[in-house]
Each structure stands twice: as C-alpha cells, then as structure tokens.
Ligand binder design. Structure first.
Ligand code: PMP
Length: 439
C-alpha cells in the first residue's frame, strides 16, 4: 500500500504517471521503477542524515544511500560547505584545477596498488576506459568477466554466459551486436576450475580479467580467497591485466577498498588496474580508474589509448569527493561503521530465525547483503534461487514501515555513518513484524 497525504492525494503516484509521459518507464535508471517488486516508486523530495522524505512527506530510513555514495549520510555539513564554496567559484572550466590533484593524491594515498589515476564522471565510463586501456596496453582483444558482476553498461560488458563451458558470451541488451561481444568471455564467479580451463584455452589472448571483489550487483557475494588468488596468479602468468572493479566496494568496505582485505589474505596481492566511483564522488558524478604508472602512461595525451571528458574532474564534484574522503579517513570511522552494519545484519538474522524464515546475510564495512536462502550463495546461479515473491513481500513490508531497502533481490545494501543505534533498532522492529507475517 502506498502512503497517501492528508488531502488523500498520493503524490508519488501522480508524479510517476507524469514521469512516464516524458521519461521512459518514468525513471532515469531502470531499477528505480520498482518493476521487480511492483508498486509505486517513491519520488524523493529531500534527504538528511540517514533519512529521505518522499513526495507525500513520508520519511524512510535509507539503506540505499544513492546505491553506495552517501557513506556519511545525506547533507553532511562539511561536505555541503565544500560543495557550496566550490559552486561559488565556478561549475566547470574544461581546464585543470588544483583540486583534481588533491583528490588524486588523497585516493592514491589509500590505495597503494595505484600510482596514477584519471578522473571521469561515472562508473560506466571508468570501467569502459579501463577496459580500453587494458586492451591498448597489452595489444590483446579478449576479456574475461564473471556472471553476476556488473561493470557499467559499456557494450563489451553487457554480456551473459554463452551455452557450454568457456564459450564467448551473448549480449544481455538489444542494441549490442554479437560481434561487439565476441571477445568477451563470461565465466561463473568463484569457479577456479573453469577459470583455469579458460586460461589454458585463451590465456595468451586475454587483455584482462575484470571482477568485483565483493560482487554487489548480485546482492553480496565475496570472491573466495582461492578464486582471487588464482585470478591474480593466472593474469601474471599469461600477461593479462587484473582489473578490480571497486566502484561499489572502494572506500565502502574499508579505507583501502576490498583489495586491502584480499592483500591481507594473499601476500603481495594487488590488481593492475582499479576502477572506482560512488564514494569517491560523495554523491556527485565522479569516478576514476588507475593503476601502475607504466600502464596509465599509455593514455592520451602521453600514449596511444584515447580517453577524454568535458566534465571530467569537475570542480564541484571533486570538492564533494574530497570533503567526503577527508571525513572517512578520520581514525575509527570504519570501525564504527562496520559495527553499526554488523548490528543491523545480526539483528536481521536473529529476527528471521525467531520466525523460521530462511535467511543468510553478510557484511563488510558499510555494505551488506541478505538472502532469503538457508546459506550464502557463491555465484549468480545460486543467488537466482532466491524466492522473489517472498522478497517482494519483505520489501513492501519494510517500505510500509518506513524502511527503504533496494527494490530488487540482487542488490546490496548500504549503511552510513549517520545511521544511529536508534535507526537500526527501528529497522529491526520493522523487520520483526514483517518476518512474522512471512512465516
Ligand atoms: N561497477 C560496479 C561494481 C557498480 O556497482 C556500478 C554501478 N552500480 C558500476 C560499475 C557502474 O557505475 P555507474 O552507475 O556510475 O555508471
């Protein structure tokens, strides 16, 4: 049921009807349309801290946080001030600024695998550019990705597994000619045997392997340590670049990104290229890709790999990202965030158990995922065994109680530093009631 304001008018519904006349599906990114879960998308009027308010004035505890960027919560005073000041000095110049250097230096200081980076405006752009760079730097065409990992909507990455083992993929979108994805190999995530077989067959032609270290686009699935180790070893052995897509996990699961967690478990572990987005822009359109100097210097204007952007390194976006990174680099930030996230996840597990609802959850830093499954899945096929109808009841039950989680079961969730103990307690009380109704 959708909330109705005092005058009896549901403004979300009227805005959705109006939006659908001028914007395909009424939204500018498909998941926002609530197609999977049904019902009326909430049109956001404003947000503050861990909350946003919809067009009916209804408040929600926000566990999406713009799909990851809002790690400080909405409207953090230091970030707001930095953005306002930057905006007064100019919106965009198309010429370099000191702040771009400061942001690059701040990011590189936390990610030792990267010696240089380039700023762009979206994760899609960063992933697409990293791919071109890997191909340009190696002189090879083939790329390897994993089913369930999303790296933005560049043509070559919109691919699902083909039929049979280690075959090249099929486009997942109309408008992507099969020839454009003929070099993209798609394998199941966390499957070391298939990875080894693919390298045995195609390793010498592979420009790169690209993966999400914790896959947040099939809810929340960690790359196993042996799997990540083999990805690194095989790339090194065959001269392919290992690209870690940390658009979601970067500065979200730890200050050093997910790669810092794998480096603890795998001595000497480092990717060749890293893709970043979301948190580094603090909610503004900003993303980056970077890695070793020798690879990055293949980019124009130094090298032969072309890449450019009118709004790249935008002065307002860099101010927002820089202010955000300076806040989250303060001592104790991630310990507190991780503790808050864990209390949410453990509370949800306990509530589900009390009501006999199969439930498995995981979290790292300020990112979490849960499944209406008895155990955590390891790959996309297993994620898709989730009970969609039950998830939709859970989603709407929480929404009706003022808790906003991702409107699709294959999306991760995000806790911000602004979520208080009390917000978590309110969320758990809502979840308790919904689980009771699900049994
Ligand atoms: N890579 C990953 C891991 C992502 O989660 C996303 C977005 N959800 C992207 C790339 C694409 O980023 P953007 O939406 O900014 O283009």
């Amino acid at each position: 049921t959708d909330s109705i304001d005092a005058a009896g008018a549901d403004r979300n519904a009227s805005l959705f009807a109006r939006a659908q006349r001028v914007i395909p599906g009424g939204v500018n990114s498909p998941v926002r349309a609530f197609r999977a879960v049904g019902g009326t998308p909430r049109f956001v009027a404003r947000a503050q801290g861990p909350y946003f308010w919809d067009a009916n004035g209804q408040r929600y505890i926000d566990y999406i946080g713009s799909w990851g960027p809002m790690i400080l919560g909405h409207g953090h005073p230091a970030v707001l001030e930095a953005v306002q000041k930057a905006a007064r000095d100019g919106f965009s110049f198309g010429a370099p600024t000191e702040r771009e250097i400061e942001l690059a230096e701040e990011i590189l200081a936390h990610l030792p695998s990267m010696e240089m980076l380039r700023l762009v405006s979206s994760g899609t752009e960063a992933g697409m550019s990293a791919l071109r760079l890997a191909r340009g730097a190696t002189g090879r065409s083939k790329i390897l990705k994993f089913e369930g990992c999303y790296h933005g909507h560049a043509d070559a990455l919109l691919v699902k597994a083909g039929s049979g083992l280690a075959t090249f993929g099929n486009p997942t979108s109309a408008g992507v000619p099969p020839e454009v994805v003929q070099h993209t190999l798609v394998l199941p995530y966390n499957d070391v045997a298939q990875l080894e077989q693919a390298f045995a067959e195609h390793g010498k032609e592979l420009a790169c392997v690209i993966l999400e270290p914790i896959a947040g686009n099939m809810n929340f699935v960690r790359a196993s340590i042996p799997f990540m180790r083999r990805c690194r070893e095989l790339c090194t052995q065959y001269g392919a670049l290992l690209i870690i897509d940390e658009v979601m996990t970067g500065f979200r699961v730890a200050l050093g990104g997910a790669q810092s967690l794998y480096a603890q478990a795998i001595p000497g572990f480092a990717p060749d290229l890293t893709v970043l987005g979301k948190v580094i822009g603090g909610g503004m359109p900003l993303a980056a890709f970077g890695g070793k100097r020798a690879v990055m210097e293949q980019l124009a204007p130094l090298g032969p790999v072309y890449q450019a952007g009118t709004l790249s390194g935008n002065p307002v976006a860099t101010a927002c990202g820089l202010a955000t990174l300076r806040e989250i680099a303060k001592p104790g930030f991630y310990d507190a965030l991780a503790q808050r996230t864990r209390s949410l996840v453990e509370g949800l597990e306990a509530a589900a158990a009390r009501h006999g609802v199969p439930f498995a959850a995981d979290c790292e830093g300020g990112m979490f995922g849960f499944f209406l499954l008895p155990e955590l899945p390891q790959n996309y096929q297993q994620v898709m065994h989730s009970d969609g109808a039950r998830f939709n009841r859970l989603f709407h039950g929480l929404l009706d109680r003022g808790v906003y989680i991702a409107p699709a079961l294959y999306e991760a969730g995000f806790v911000s530093a602004a979520h208080s103990e009390d917000d978590i307690a309110q969320t758990l009380a809502a979840a308790e009631a919904v689980f009771a109704s699900l049994r």
